[in-house]
Write a protein that binds this ligand. Structure first.
Ligand SMILES: *Cc1c(COP(=O)(O)O)cnc(C)c1O
Length: 295
């Protein structure tokens, strides 16, 4: 397991790797304010708020979806990290960030807008470099992997791993487990992810020519939808806690681990395969889903 849940920024997660590049770009372009958005229990928003706090930047979060009366989990941390929270009722992908950006500009601020999940070519560089780290660790510890399996949602992690794999000539297969459906009318995941991988390679002055068929994504573990905890997630959380002392989150990593366990049970891997589960974080949301996880 690759423990990006221990990457730091107020309990860690995969957005930390993206934010290393995104915040650098914000600072280099002289911005003084960060805007991003997501769901109430967004790990991306919480890590962005932490990164902004460290850099001394004001942070505005456009947050949507249902929430409890008292902020908990990631939303509690957003408050502690001093983010300015703009609550939307239904939209949970920061749909009104541009409007907020205009308002803040007219107040004399210089905002830098980070897209949903931090998944643009700049943020995706974080997962290109992550493959370099993995390749070095493989040599250092004399282990190699045939596959890596992880939770895939806004596509930056997936696109970065594909780009990094090619750049650093790694052999493992990159298998995403989809967490969310693509909204009707938007390009399918394979189009999104291969396009983002090509754009990220372009940022590095490389021409990689990824195609839709290069994207391996399991889209059959969506259960009752984004953020809805089912038996698949509950069992994966309990199993990993009981056997390994490792906490999975109910929205992303438990769904991905549940998918991995199902793939193993269906014979997708052989005894000779070595599968790396890339733990992408999300721990703080267990506190917001306690009822769904325990009962
Ligand atoms: C955001 C997130 C993901 C998905 O990563 P993307 O790069 O958006 O596909 C997976 N796991 C956790 C815990 C996350 O917060």
């Amino acid at each position: 397991m690759k423990r990006d849940d221990m990457s730091g920024l107020a309990f860690g997660g995969n957005k930390t790797r993206k934010l290393e590049f995104l915040l650098a770009e914000a600072l280099a372009s002289g911005c003084d304010t960060i805007i991003t958005g997501g769901a109430v229990q967004s790990n991306h928003c919480r890590q962005t708020a932490a990164a902004a706090a460290i850099c001394g930047l004001e942070c505005h979060l456009v947050i949507g979806g249902e929430q409890s009366a008292v902020p908990n989990g990631n939303l509690l941390l957003d408050h502690l990290l001093n983010a300015k929270i703009h609550l939307e009722t239904v939209m949970r992908k920061g749909e009104t960030m541009d409007k907020l950006g205009d308002e803040l500009r007219s107040d004399g601020k210089k905002p830098y807008i980070i897209p949903y999940g931090g998944s643009n070519p700049t943020g995706t560089l974080g997962y290109v470099i992550a493959v370099r780290e993995l390749a070095l660790q493989s040599v250092q510890f004399d282990v190699s992997f045939t596959h890596t399996v992880f939770a895939s949602s806004s596509g930056g992690t997936h696109a970065g791993l594909l780009t990094g794999k090619k750049l650093y000539r790694q052999q493992f297969e990159v298998i995403g487990v989809a967490i969310d459906k693509r909204p009707a009318g938007e390009p399918a995941f394979d189009v999104l992810i291969s396009g983002l991988a090509n754009a990220t390679a372009g940022k590095l002055d490389l021409e990689m020519g990824f195609r839709e068929t290069d994207v391996v994504l399991k889209e059959n573990y969506l259960g009752l939808g984004y953020g809805v905890v089912g038996d698949l997630e509950r069992e994966a959380i309990r199993l990993l806690a009981r056997l390994e002392g490792i906490i999975l989150d109910p929205v992303y990593t438990a769904r991905a681990m549940g998918g991995l366990i199902d793939l193993i049970s269906k014979g997708e891997f052989t005894n000779k395969d070595r599968v790396l589960f890339w733990h992408t974080g999300g721990g703080p949301s267990v506190f917001a889903y306690s009822g769904d996880i325990l009962y």
